[in-house]
Design a protein around this ligand. Structure first.
Ligand code: ZN
Ligand code: FE
Length: 259
């Protein structure tokens, strides 16, 4: 992992049955940024335990399990950020996360990446100085979000943008779906040694109740089938005549949907 700048901390908070929210705290600027708001109580407990005061809420997409705690968490001075293209289905926004722009959060430059697929307005946040990307239901640990609104082509484009982030970027995704994703990934590339070893780690972590999120982009590239639709080893392994990566991706996403 790249070293976290001094005084910076990122906390993973399990919410509801399988969601994750994250807090980014900057001690020097005394700012605390929440990424997604699935459930108020665990977030409020984490803030209280550390003596942090929430300053910003970032919303990745409009689904209830990512926004429903905003009314409870929003108080005076808390700024709520989201994609203005989705403003009509997000809580009222104080700040815009417009794709292909940059905003300052917790005193660090954050790049807004358009990642349609799961929903059409889904955005991801890349904070280069923290070596962190918040991907919610786009790129997930060993998986990707279901295509509720976008096309396979759109999701494949979105995943390629995330795959192109610097090596060692830490991927903070939205759900603990990794064990189920692992079962599916093994049906796609049963002979991938990196995948086999990762699945062992996942099995151990899940049995011990340890979150498998975040993960690193390096390991996602080596093991996540949805990032590997253009990799010859994967294409060979799935035994399809198709070699157009977008079509291979569509095949993988469909296979996962009916798995
Ligand atoms: Zn979602
Ligand atoms: Fe979700």
């Amino acid at each position: 992992m790249p070293p976290m700048p001094h005084g910076l901390e990122i906390l993973t908070i399990p919410c509801l049955s399988d969601n994750y929210a994250f807090l980014i705290h900057n001690a020097a600027s005394d700012e605390t940024v929440l990424i997604d708001a699935p459930e108020a109580a665990p977030i409020q407990e984490a803030l209280k335990a550390r003596g942090w005061t929430l300053t910003d809420i970032v919303l990745t997409h409009h689904h209830d399990d990512h926004i429903q705690a905003v009314p409870e968490l929003r108080s005076d001075g808390v700024k709520v950020w989201g994609n203005p293209a989705d403003a009509q289905r997000l809580p009222p926004l104080d700040g815009h996360l417009t794709p292909d722009t940059q905003v300052t959060l917790a005193a660090h430059a954050s790049h807004i990446i358009d990642v349609p697929g799961h929903t059409v307005g889904h955005i991801a946040l890349h904070i280069p100085s923290l070596g962190a990307a918040f991907t919610a239901d786009s790129l997930m640990a060993l998986g990707c979000g279901r295509l509720f609104e976008g096309t396979p082509d759109q999701m494949w484009q979105s995943l390629q943008k995330l795959r192109a982030l610097p090596d060692e970027t830490i991927i903070y995704s939205g759900h603990e779906y990794t064990a189920a994703n692992a079962k599916f990934a093994l049906t796609i590339e049963p002979g991938n040694p990196a995948l086999i070893s990762r699945v062992q780690d996942i099995t151990r972590a899940v049995a011990a109740g340890i979150p498998t999120v975040p993960s690193s982009l390096t390991i996602e590239r080596a093991t996540n089938p949805f990032l590997r639709a253009d990799i010859p080893e994967l294409i060979q392994s799935v035994h399809i005549s198709e070699t157009d990566p977008a079509k291979v991706f569509a095949h993988l996403r469909h296979a996962k949907d009916i798995f």
